[in-house]
Design a protein around this ligand. Structure first.
Ligand SMILES: Nc1nc2c(ncn2[C@@H]2O[C@H](COP(=O)(O)OP(=O)(O)OP(=O)(O)O)[C@@H](O)[C@H]2O)c(=O)[nH]1
Ligand SMILES: [Mg+2]
Length: 222
């Protein structure tokens, strides 16, 4: 299936500011097999554990949370997609995933460290997911259920190498103990804001060099 990749300009335009709060808005999409995506984002946004039944996510759920990055408040707008969208069980579900991924600033790819199949599944889908987003989009690979060390099937090294080869950030976390899940979202927000500042800086530099070259041009003329 051909996917129209958003341009750099599209992504820059998509980095919006909330007109009421003046905060930067960042779009993050969580993708992957059944692994704990909803449990993770629920704990991050509410600070509470998801007790009892944890129903499968149908389509996608929306979550939001503000975090502070170097003194600046950033609002994370997170789409938690259901596993079946990533599994590409048919054209319609894959098209839906593409819609959620459009203009994402960050993608969190989640697998379950106690389930090798979930890692393989994700590995097979990554290329497709990458095609749906801009090349500047930040990726985090996250192995969840770190609290279940005794049942581990995916070694830390395997996840780390996979992430390293693709330039993704890498974390292992647990929604049960709370280990690393805050760090994961902060890291993502930080990287996105850093890139934004860098591109603003580059814009200023190139603008000033354009002005400079215009001035030089003028001075040659007169
Ligand atoms: N031990 C442990 N269990 C977890 C952790 N995170 C999630 N779970 C359990 O894993 C199961 C699946 O969690 P969900 O959050 O619903 O998974 P999901 O990836 O959102 O699944 P879909 O919505 O179907 O894609 C639930 O029974 C959770 O309680 C964790 O960090 N540790
Ligand atoms: Mg879910």
């Amino acid at each position: 299936m051909n996917v129209a990749r958003p341009s750099a300009e599209d992504l820059t335009k998509a980095l919006k500011v909330n007109p009421e709060s003046g905060n930067i808005l960042i779009k993050v999409v969580l993708c992957g097999p059944v692994s704990g995506k909803t449990t993770l984002v629920y704990r991050f946004t509410t600070g509470r554990s998801r007790a009892g039944m944890t129903p499968a996510t149908i389509g996608a759920q929306f979550f939001r949370k503000a975090v502070s990055v170097s003194g600046e408040t950033v609002e994370l707008q997170m789409w938690d997609t259901g596993a079946y969208l990533t599994a590409l069980h048919g054209l319609n579900s894959s098209k839906l995933l593409t819609v959620y991924l459009t203009k994402a600033h960050g993608v969190v790819l989640v697998y379950d460290i106690t389930h090798m199949e979930s890692f393989r599944d994700l590995r097979d889908r990554v290329k497709y997911i990458q095609k749906c987003v801009h090349e500047e989009t930040e990726f985090v690979l996250m192995g969840t259920k770190k609290d279940l060390e005794a049942g581990r099937e995916v070694s830390r090294e395997l996840g780390e190498t996979f992430a390293e080869e693709r330039g993704f950030h890498f974390f292992e976390a647990s929604a049960t103990t709370g280990e690393n899940f805050n760090e994961l979202f902060h890291c993502l927000a930080e990287q996105i804001v850093r890139k934004k500042r860098q591109s603003e800086e580059d814009g200023r530099i190139s603008l000033s060099s354009v002005r400079q070259s215009r001035n030089n041009h003028r001075s040659q003329c007169f």
